[in-house]
Design a protein around this ligand. Structure first.
Ligand SMILES: Nc1nc2c(ncn2[C@@H]2O[C@H](COP(=O)(O)OP(=O)(O)OP(=O)(O)O)[C@@H](O)[C@H]2O)c(=O)[nH]1
Ligand SMILES: [Mg+2]
Length: 237
């Protein structure tokens, strides 16, 4: 499933989107309460069991590469093509991926400053936080550190595992995953609070294609590693 909100500064649409998210979260909360209140012996329980659903939140500053990585991951999983993003995501996109018995809803939220203020609307019931950084842009890492710390200060994120993706490893000056771990001060986060892993990734360079083609189906192998890591960490939470 792909819901693709208009991307170009439609504040109203975004607010409507946030209202939908609120309704969705409230529905999930109500549904879980209903499930808890059902007598264990009631035979309909198996039909409404949502224990195989996982909610993954993909965040990171603008330009980190979230849309690029997800485009390649979805295309690789579904055998489809994608269009390379040319603008920032001012809103959110949701992807549904299946792996074995599990269904993963991946919520990708734009990282520009005007969109970041809405991140807190999406934290409820998160099974895995994927935090992406542009490892080639060290100037932005301090902003990324404070954005991540603000997220982790929210009690809804307590104990949520974190996958940090050090993207743009193709750039010659990109920090390697262990350097990103240092730069984001991840060692200061208690291991008993959050399971944290840091992996590298890249979606470039794209293969040469003729100029009139703007769709691609190629993906970098590191994107497969990201997809599998998301599946593994979201299930283990
Ligand atoms: N060199 C390099 N550039 C990349 C890579 N991934 C993405 N980019 C480029 O980085 C820019 C931003 O990529 P996006 O995928 O739009 O970033 P985003 O995280 O979705 O940004 P927002 O939507 O603004 O939050 C684009 O110009 C991409 O082409 C990569 O692995 N290597
Ligand atoms: Mg984007």
């Amino acid at each position: 499933m792909v819901m693709n909100m208009p991307r170009y500064g439609k504040k109203t649409m975004f607010c409507v989107g946030c209202a939908c998210v609120g309704a969705y979260v409230a529905y999930q909360y109500w549904r879980r309460r209903e499930l808890k209140s059902i007598d264990e012996g009631f035979e309909e329980v198996s039909k409404i069991d949502d224990s195989n659903e996982r909610r993954v939140l993909l965040l990171g500053l603008d330009g980190a590469g979230k849309t690029s990585v997800m485009n390649q991951a979805i295309a690789a999983a579904n055998g489809t093509s994608y269009i390379v993003p040319t603008a920032s995501t001012h809103g959110f996109r949701v992807f549904r991926l299946q792996n074995g018995p599990y269904v993963f809803d991946i919520w990708e939220i734009g990282g520009a400053e005007d969109t970041r203020k809405y991140w807190s609307h999406f934290l409820q019931d998160t099974d895995l936080l994927v935090f992406m950084v542009d490892a080639s842009d060290t100037n932005k890492l301090s902003v990324a550190v404070s954005a991540l710390k603000q997220l982790l200060g929210d009690s809804r994120m307590d104990t949520v595992p974190i996958l940090v993706i050090a993207n743009k490893q193709d750039s010659p000056n990109a920090l390697r995953p262990d350097q990103v771990k240092e730069a984001l001060d991840l060692r200061s986060i208690p291991a008993n609070k959050h399971k944290i892993e840091v992996i590298g990734c890249q979606t470039r360079p794209l293969p040469e294609v003729s100029q009139d083609v703007n769709e691609h189906s190629w993906h970098h192998p590191s994107v497969d590693v990201v997809r599998k890591k998301i599946f593994a960490m979201a299930v283990s939470s």
